[in-house]
Design a protein. Structure first.
Length: 126
């Protein structure tokens, strides 16, 4: 996980590490423990945890250690301006989206999530 984070940081311009109290957005493959491992690591640090759908929220809250609270946010997939406003409203500074497969369309929730915010941690093999 730390290797993924470091590689993502190095590939972005004007990157800054999200500070406790800011938002982290989660999504992607919920058949593996990668997302819960990340939540177990960052949750005690004081970040606000968000998901773009109910399924990811329920997975993270039920499988993570401790009393983890994840809030589901609205996630407009077709309007980039509205999506930027959502990121601003929730102060989302980072996205963890471990994809199971490539998005089938440009409106795939995980595809939009990975392409709309920087930095995004999206691979376990970086």
């Amino acid at each position: 996980m730390l290797t993924i984070y470091r590689a993502s940081m190095q590939s972005t311009m004007n990157f800054r590490v999200p500070e406790p109290g800011e938002g982290l957005l989660f999504g992607g493959d919920i058949t593996k423990t990668a997302l819960t491992n990340i939540v177990d690591y960052v949750s005690p640090l004081g970040y606000k945890l968000y998901a773009a759908d109910q399924e990811v929220k329920e997975f993270l809250e039920s499988k993570s250690k401790g009393d983890v609270k994840v809030e589901v946010i609205e996630f407009p997939k077709e309007d980039k301006r509205a999506l930027r406003e959502v990121f601003k409203k929730y102060d989302i500074r980072c996205c963890f989206n471990i994809a199971k497969a490539r998005g089938k369309t440009t409106l795939d929730l995980d595809y939009v999530m990975r392409r709309s915010i920087c930095p995004t941690m999206r691979s376990l093999r970086t």
